[in-house]
Design a protein around this ligand. Structure first.
Ligand code: C2E
Ligand code: CA
Ligand code: CA
Length: 549
C-alpha cells in the first residue's frame, strides 16, 4: 500500500497525492512497459533488500517516462511487514537527447538506415553471438549500378529519391532481425544473422529480383540493376572489417560478370584488391564511354633534331578515380583479356591519326604502337594489323609495333614465326624497354627487328652511374653490330642526350624534347621546334616520306 508520496513524485508521474495514498502499488504496475520487471524487483528485494534500474513507463496522462528507480526495503521488527522506499529520477529528457545523438551518429540522414558505424557495431555483436552458438552469418554488399548516371542526367534529387526507394524495398524484403545499412554513396549492406550460404543466396536472388522492378521518382521511371557480393562467416572471415572487405570484393566480382548479378566471395579473390576489381569492371566500359584517349610522344633524331616518329601512349580518364596510369590498368586488361579489344582500338586510332598527320604535312610518318604480349600471342594479330592499315589507307612502313623482350622468352620459335608474319606485312618491329628482360643476343639476331629502345632506367643514371653508362654503350654497340637502330627512352637532360649522341645512339624520346601530348597539340609543337638551320629544313621537309628514319 502506498503510504505517502512527495510533491516531486507527483510532478514526475502527473498523479495527485490523494489518488495514490492508501492505494495498492499494483496501481502503478500496468504503467511499466516491461511486464516481467515487478517480478524481478520482488526477487531482488527479498534476497538483498535492494533493487535499482531503469524503468520505461508512462505518466498518468500517457506521456512517456523513463525513470531511474532505487528501491530499498526496511524491515520492521515484525519480519512479516516492512516499508519500501522508492526514489525515482526522471531521466526521460536525458535519454531522449542521448537517443538523438545516437541516431545522428548511427543512422544515415537520407534513408534513415543504420550507417556504416552502426553496421560494424551490430556486425561485431552478431559475430560474437554466432561464435557462441556456433551459427553461421552472412553479409551482403550491394551496389546500385547506374546511380551516377541518374545523378548526372536527372539531378541529385532524383538520385536521392532512388536511394530512399531502394532503402524501403530492402527493408520490406528482409526480416526484423536482419540489418539493412547504407554504407555511403550508392552502397548498401545487409546483415543476415544465422544465414547459411544457401539462405544468403536465396536472399540475394530475391533482392536482385525485387530491386529490378522499375521505380518512379520525380516523374521518371527508372530501371536500375544491382550487384551484390556475399560473404559468409566463419568461412570467409571472422571480424567485421574483414567480412565487409570480402563482401565488397565479391560485389566487384559480381559487377565484372555483368549487371544484376550476385556472387559469393572466394579466397582466390583475395589476391586481387578491390581497386583492381573495380578498375577491371570500369575498364570494360571505358572504351564505349570514350574514356580512353591516346597521347603522342615525339621521337627525335639526336644528330639532326628531326622528328623521326611518334609513340602512341594510352590514357584512361576514369570519371571518379581520375587519370589511371597505363602501368596500372594495362596489366588488368591483360589478365582479363580486354587488352585485345583495347589494343585494337589503340592501333586503329593511332594509324588513323598518322594518316591525318601525313595529310596535314607532318614531317614524320612513323607511328609506334605498344603491343602487349597477350596481343602478340593472338593468332589473328597479322590480319588485324592488315585491316587497320587498309581501312586508314596508311602504308605498312608507317607503323611500328613495340614488343617487349618477354614476348620471346616463353616460346622463341613461336614468337619468331609471329614476328616473321608481321614483318612480311611490311610493318616495323621494335623491342621496348630493352635491357630489362632476359633477352639473349642469339634470339635478337634471329628476329626481324628494326629498333632497340634502350630502357629509361639505364638512361636515368647515365650521369652518375658508371655501370649504366657501360650498359648503354654496350647496347648501342651491339645494336650496330646487328644493324639495328637505337632509341633511348626517358631522356630528360641535355647531358643525357649528349652522352647518347656521342656514343652513336640514333634517336631519343623523353621530357627533354617533349612530354606525351594530345594529338591536337602535335602540329603546333612540330612548328615551334623548327630552327633556321639544316635540321629545321629536315623538320619542314615537304613530303612526309622523306622524313622517315
Ligand atoms: P613505355 O612504352 O616504356 O612508355 C614510356 C613511358 O615513359 C610512358 O609512360 C611515358 O610517358 C614515359 N616517359 C616518356 N618520357 C619520359 C621521361 O623523359 N621521363 C620519364 N620519367 N618518363 C617518360 P606511360 O605513358 O605512363 O606508359 C607506361 C607504360 O604503359 C608504357 O611504357 C607501356 O608499357 C604501357 N602502355 C602505354 N600505352 C600502351 C598501349 O597503348 N598499349 C599497351 N599494350 N601498353 C601501353
Ligand atoms: Ca613503348
Ligand atoms: Ca619503354
Amino acid at each position: 500500500m502506498i503510504l505517502s508520496v512527495n510533491p516531486a513524485f507527483c510532478e514526475i508521474t502527473a498523479f495527485q497525492a490523494e489518488e495514490l495514498q492508501g492505494q495498492s502499488i499494483q496501481l502503478l504496475a500496468p504503467l511499466i512497459h516491461d511486464a516481467s520487471l515487478p517480478e524481478a524487483m520482488r526477487e531482488d528485494l527479498s534476497s538483498s533488500g535492494h533493487w535499482q534500474g531503469e524503468v520505461i513507463s508512462m505518466r498518468r496522462n500517457g506521456a512517456p517516462l523513463t525513470a531511474w528507480v532505487s528501491l530499498s526495503l526496511r524491515r520492521d521488527t515484525d519480519p512479516r511487514s516492512g516499508h519500501l522506499i522508492a526514489i525515482v529520477h526522471d531521466v526521460t529528457s536525458v535519454r531522449q537527447v542521448e537517443q538523438k545523438l545516437l541516431r545522428r551518429d548511427h543512422f544515415d540522414g537520407l534513408t534513415d538506415l543504420p550507417n556504416r558505424q552502426l553496421l560494424v557495431d551490430r556486425l561485431s555483436q552478431a559475430l560474437a553471438q554466432a561464435r557462441r552458438h556456433q551459427q553461421p552469418l552472412a553479409l551482403l554488399f550491394l551496389d546500385v549500378n547506374q546511380l551516377r548516371h541518374v545523378n548526372d542526367n536527372f539531378g541529385h534529387t532524383a538520385g536521392d529519391g532512388i536511394l530512399r526507394e531502394v532503402a524501403q524495398r530492402l527493408r520490406q524484403s528482409l526480416r526484423e532481425v536482419d540489418t539493412v545499412a547504407r554504407l555511403g554513396g550508392d552502397e548498401f549492406a545487409v546483415l543476415l544473422p544465422g544465414a547459411t550460404a544457401e539462405g544468403a543466396g536465396q536472399v540475394a536472388d530475391k533482392l536482385i529480383e525485387r530491386l529490378a522492378q522499375p521505380c518512379r521518382v520525380e516523374g521518371h521511371e527508372f530501371s536500375l540493376t544491382f550487384s551484390i557480393g556475399v560473404a559468409l562467416s566463419p568461412d570467409d572471415a571472422e571480424t567485421p572489417e574483414a567480412l565487409l572487405r570480402c563482401a565488397d570484393t565479391a560485389m566487384y566480382r559480381a559487377k565484372l560478370e555483368g549487371r544484376g548479378r550476385w556472387c559469393f566471395y572466394s579466397a582466390d579473390m583475395l589476391n586481387r584488391s578491390a581497386r583492381q576489381l573495380q578498375l577491371e569492371a570500369a575498364l570494360r566500359r571505358a572504351e564505349e564511354r570514350e574514356e580512353l584517349a591516346l597521347v603522342y610522344q615525339p621521337q627525335v633524331c639526336l644528330q639532326s633534331g628531326r622528328l623521326v616518329g611518334m609513340e602512341a601512349l594510352i590514357r584512361w580518364k576514369h570519371p571518379e578515380l581520375g587519370m589511371i596510369s597505363p602501368a596500372e590498368f594495362i596489366p588488368l586488361a591483360e589478365s582479363s583479356g580486354q587488352i585485345l579489344s583495347i589494343g585494337a582500338w589503340v592501333m586503329r586510332t593511332a594509324v588513323r591519326q598518322m594518316k591525318q598527320w601525313i595529310d596535314a604535312g607532318l614531317p614524320s610518318n612513323v607511328v609506334a604502337v605498344n603491343l602487349s604480349a597477350v596481343q602478340f600471342r593472338d593468332p589473328g594479330l597479322p590480319e588485324l594489323v592488315q585491316k587497320v592499315l587498309d581501312d586508314a589507307g596508311l602504308p605498312p612502313s608507317c607503323l611500328e609495333l613495340e614488343l617487349t623482350e618477354s614476348v620471346a622468352a616463353h616460346n622463341p620459335a613461336e614468337a619468331g614465326q609471329m614476328m616473321d608474319r608481321l614483318h612480311a606485312l611490311g610493318v616495323r618491329l621494335s623491342i621496348d624497354d630493352f635491357g630489362t628482360g632476359f633477352s639473349s643476343l642469339s634470339h635478337l639476331k634471329r628476329f626481324p627487328i628494326h629498333t632497340l629502345k634502350i630502357d629509361q632506367s639505364f638512361v636515368r643514371d647515365i650521369g652518375t652511374d658508371p655501370d649504366d653508362r657501360a650498359i648503354v654503350q654496350a647496347i648501342i654497340q651491339m645494336a650496330r653490330a646487328l644493324r639495328l637502330t637505337t632509341i633511348a627512352e626517358g631522356v630528360e637532360t641535355d647531358e643525357q642526350a649528349a652522352f647518347l649522341q656521342s656514343h652513336g645512339c640514333e634517336a631519343a624520346q623523353g621530357y627533354r624534347f617533349c612530354k606525351p601530348m594530345p594529338p591536337e597539340d602535335t602540329l603546333a609543337w612540330v612548328q615551334s621546334h623548327t630552327r633556321p638551320n639544316s635540321a629545321s629544313r629536315a623538320l619542314l621537309a615537304p613530303t612526309a616520306a622523306q622524313a622517315g628514319v
